[in-house]
Design a protein around this ligand. Sequence first.
Ligand code: CTP
Length: 413
Amino acid sequence: MTMTDGVTLLRGKRIILGVTGSIAVYKAVDLASKLTQTGALVDVIMTDAAQKFVTPLTFGAVTGRAVYTSMWQTDSGSGLPTHIAHVGLGEGAALYVIAPATADALARLAHGFAGDLLAVTALAARCPLVIAPAMDAGMYAHPAVQANVRTLVERGAYLIEPDEGRFASGLHGKGRFPETPALIGAIRAALGRGGNLEGRRVVVTAGGTREALDPVRYITNRSSGKQGYALAQAALDAGAQVTLITSADLHPPYGADVIRVGSAQELHDATMRETIRADALIMAAAVADFRPAAAAEHKIKKGEGDAGLTIQLERNPDILAAVAARRERSGSPRVLVGFAAESRDVVAYGQEKLARKRLDLLVANDISAVDAGFETDTNRVILISRDAVEPLDLMSKAHVSETVIERVAQLLT
Ligand code: CTP
């Protein structure tokens, strides 16, 4: 059995999960479970209506912690800072997430009601509040519901918009409880507010570019895009506004502005445009150095190559070099991070690349190692800057990313 090493932003953080009476309660069980797996300590509060759908036992089983259902409950054995539940729950909590939040719950929260544990905790807690409304039919669009949501948002609550789709009633509309990855993404975004990249604009590129041979074929490389996506997530966790320019087909992190590209030329154009006002560019994409000199307009037929087929290649633009050259004049982006995949002399080639491409940081990896580099979830990299060479241990791509993002934040201050 293996344990995941969790998410630094969530590890050890106490999160209150308020659950109200919607059919979507069963999905909140998955949310509680996944938050626990990331390392968060999840204290669940259930309203009476929520318990019509799922029992407290279910939540207790996935969180491994006490579940709170009554305002009149005092609990000295739960490990809360005080035995008065509504005060103890709020004390030291990183976030209060109410998911799913029914129309009734939104109304009571908006008006400061304090008649049950869920509502009174919202008044007592000092941490940020996240609300994820979920309701059937057209209820979410009703002016009364919208007014309550507006009130809560104006007061600083972080709103997770419900999805469009089919309801349990068979009707279609907006009001569906989002899936767990979107909820966790929004929770990370709420926790990341005020992080060390708050107010910064970071552009991340990811994936191997695709160079067309004809309308159905292309030349590409083994880059999966995982490291780039993990960097985008780490920058979001640190509070940055993130643009992810990608040629990979992975599910993008919640909150990133995503621009999809195919070829190196498209990546070049998007990167030049998006970095004009960026604070940092992290160039994790595996850019093809060459492309077919002319992509065939129609599918190349076997018969055209009976004697073999020769493809003429020409050079692609060097994107980092182009951004660095413009930076000489404009001064931005202030931080340029490059990646290098080398199969030998990693540090020497890395230092040469750092200088030649005029970078602030180079993340070099040895692609000859089996546990690092392409397609794996782990990486072993060396961080090279103008005045330091820092080899990191083998770690998850998420942790490599957090370390790179920390260095980017240091370079920006
Ligand atoms: N890169 C780029 N534009 C290219 C090629 C690479 O911006 N046309 C970026 C990559 O995204 C990476 C860094 O440059 O961040 C280094 O890529 P690498 O392929 O190792 O460098 P090259 O300049 O292609 O060097 P070489 O082929 O000599 O190893």
